[in-house]
Ligand binder design. Structure first.
Ligand code: CP
Length: 324
């Protein structure tokens, strides 16, 4: 069983190359920057063909998600295929996990079929790290989202998207708004923005959705949407994660939208050239109005497009150094 007191598995090999990507916390900033540079290399406009390479020909990637996903699962799969890897997609709900097989036995079974990398999503935030501590030396583990704690490739794609639109992250004022308490995206994106030199990162949420005081060190906290996004360069909206709440911490959706929904009028509090982000899935009319989500300041589609580029860069970086 996962042991929450275990020392986290090292993400870097002895030579400093990236072996696993489980969290952005503590990842050296030069490694984050290298991943972003490589992601930018793979990011192409939609008007041109998608980037491809043969970097991972002969390698096998298993995508094993125990929670729902559209963007992360599909983009990891596309990324691996576009690098020439074989990809298997394990539907956990149709696998022998349902007959009682442990995640470690499932992973060991797939390792025996020459799988070189596991991309994992699980409601239990300890699972990717647990698996990483048990796989063979040449095998990599990548988190595709772990409970409410980590979503490192989302943090990287958010940083890449901000950099594309603003030219930099250094010196920016960034507001992350909504259900911060339950959001792995908020944690990983904050870690990426902080590592890359954002001037001010704000977390903006109703009191019931704020994380504990020991988390999000150095962030400014706001419990009003208008005050929280005032003069910001970036406004990132988050979905309310009802699936992670033990008791509902918000009123009904209409009341939430009335106080916390990002509308065109409210967005005027941010800088006139502020960009609007959302990791999706989004609930239109709850945390964000449709005309803002689809409006001229929205870069939400770019976040999705950049997800493939970032996952190509991460798969390439982790698998290039780990030949069996
Ligand atoms: N942003 C994100 O993780 O989306 P999915 O849940 O669809 O993968």
């Amino acid at each position: 069983m996962p042991d929450s007191n275990r020392t986290p598995t090292a993400q870097l090999r002895a030579d400093g190359s990236l072996r696993h990507l489980l969290t952005l916390e503590g990842l050296p900033t030069p490694v984050v920057r290298q991943l972003l540079e490589r992601s930018a290399h793979y990011a192409r406009p939609l008007s041109t063909p998608a980037a491809r390479s043969n970097a991972l020909v002969g390698r096998t990637v298993a995508v094993m998600f125990a929670e729902p996903s559209t963007r992360t699962r599909v983009s990891f799969e596309l990324a691996a295929r576009r690098l020439g890897a074989d990809v298997i997609n394990i539907e956990v709900q149709l696998s022998s996990r349902l007959k009682g097989e442990s995640v470690l036995d499932t992973v060991a079974t797939l390792e025996a079929m020459y799988v070189d990398a596991f991309v994992l999503r699980d409601a239990d935030a300890t699972v990717p790290d647990l698996v990483a501590s048990h796989v063979a030396e040449h095998v990599s583990v990548l988190s595709g989202g772990a409970g409410s704690q980590t979503h490192p490739t989302q943090g990287l794609l958010d940083a890449l998207t901000v950099r594309q639109h603003k030219g930099r992250i250094e010196g920016l004022r960034i507001a992350i708004v909504g259900d911060i308490r339950h959001s792995r995206v908020a944690r990983s994106s904050w870690q990426a923005f902080a590592a890359l030199g954002a001037e001010e990162i704000r977390i903006v949420a109703p009191q019931g959705l704020m994380p504990g005081e020991q988390e999000f060190k150095d962030c400014k906290r706001f419990t009003s949407l208008e005050a929280g996004i005032e003069s910001c360069d970036v406004v990132m909206m988050l979905r309310i994660q009802k699936e992670r709440m033990t008791a509902l911490s918000i009123p009904d959706e209409a009341s939430y939208f009335a106080e916390w929904g990002l509308t065109t009028e409210r967005l005027r509090a941010a800088k006139p050239d502020a960009i609007v982000m959302h990791p999706q899935p989004m609930n239109r009319g709850v945390e964000i109005a449709s005309d803002v989500a689809d409006g001229p300041q929205s870069v939400i589609r770019d976040q999705v497009r950049n997800g493939v580029a970032v996952r190509m860069a991460v798969l390439e970086a982790t698998l290039s150094g780990g030949r069996r």
